[in-house]
Design a protein around this ligand. Structure first.
Ligand SMILES: Nc1ncnc2c1ncn2[C@@H]1O[C@H](COP(=O)(O)OP(=O)(O)OP(=O)(O)O)[C@@H](O)[C@H]1O
Ligand SMILES: [Mg+2]
Length: 265
């Protein structure tokens, strides 16, 4: 059985107005437990909208979402958040900048423990310190530092830990390294790979970097105009280069690549 089933999801924004926009056009996807799927697509293709649909940020026009056997299509977003971890481009989104790293981790951990926010006890503190030390960023010595004072890369690394500490059924990463310099982005991506593999997480990751899309995970999909136009995995994906991917995108979408912006258009 799939961990996540998306069944013919449809969403139009500003329906029946001159600005009507088809954001999701019959999106269907079966995601197995432990799948790490990278998602590519041009600006406005519907990638973030797909995540927002899974997170319950708006009602769908039609379609069905099943997570771990449960139909969550009509479930409130705050309930889904108990099972779905997410991380965005902005390192501040989803973290409390005026709280310490330790407090942020405790808050995220509380979700799993299903109890109200608690004072961090010694045992938890030790556990957080240990987890932070695996990041290799020296954060374990800065547990009492406010999140807002960390560098972008350190914050994304800590936020990644927050998003996964409660062992979510699903992890959604929306361009979570896009705002970082290339060296830091590489570090956070390596960390992402490590955490996803160690915890056998089911993960969807949106990126504009085609090489990372092929390097990470076990399956890559491409979106265009609210549809999935390409879905590669296994042997076919193993031998795929960025040039092959571009060619496939061109054929499937009738569009091309903007060399200046290094992006699909
Ligand atoms: N809340 C909203 N209200 C109206 N239109 C929206 C809303 N959210 C998204 N859209 C529109 O839906 C389309 C898909 O947007 P979406 O943000 O999902 O694209 P994306 O693939 O994530 O693009 P990008 O790579 O730029 O992040 C766009 O045309 C966008 O303008
Ligand atoms: Mg987006």
């Amino acid at each position: 059985m799939s961990e996540l089933s998306l069944i013919s999801l449809c969403k139009k924004f500003e329906r029946s107005t001159p600005n009507e926009k088809v954001a999701l056009d019959h999106i269907s996807l079966e995601v197995n437990q432990g799948d790490f799927i990278t998602i590519l697509g041009s600006n406005g293709a519907g990638k973030s909208t797909l995540f927002n649909a899974i997170l319950g940020k708006f009602p769908l026009d039609s379609g069905k979402i099943i997570l771990d056997g449960e139909n969550i299509t009509k479930q409130k977003d705050y309930k889904r958040a108990l099972n779905i971890g997410c991380l965005y481009q902005s390192p501040l989104k989803g973290t409390a900048p005026n709280m310490t790293i330790e407090e942020n981790l405790a808050l995220a951990y509380t979700r799993k423990a299903k109890r109200s926010f608690f004072a961090v006890n010694k045992k938890d503190s030790e556990r957080f310190r240990e987890m932070l030390s695996t990041l290799g960023l020296g954060l374990e010595d800065r547990m009492k530092t406010n999140m807002g004072l960390l560098s972008g890369g350190q914050r994304q690394a800590a936020a990644l830990l927050m998003a996964t500490i409660a062992e979510p059924k699903l992890l959604l990463l929306d361009e979570h390294t896009a705002a970082l310099d290339p060296a830091t982005a590489d570090k956070v991506l390596a960390l992402t790979k490590q955490i996803v593999e160690e915890q056998h997480l089911t993960c969807l990751m949106i990126t504009h970097n085609m090489q990372s899309a092929l390097d990470l995970g076990n399956r890559t999909i491409m979106m265009d105009r609210g549809r999935i136009i390409l879905d590669v995995s296994g042997k076919e994906r193993e031998n795929l280069t960025v040039a092959d991917l571009l060619e496939k995108f061109k054929v499937a979408s009738g569009k091309g690549f903007d060399n200046d912006r290094m992006m699909l258009v």
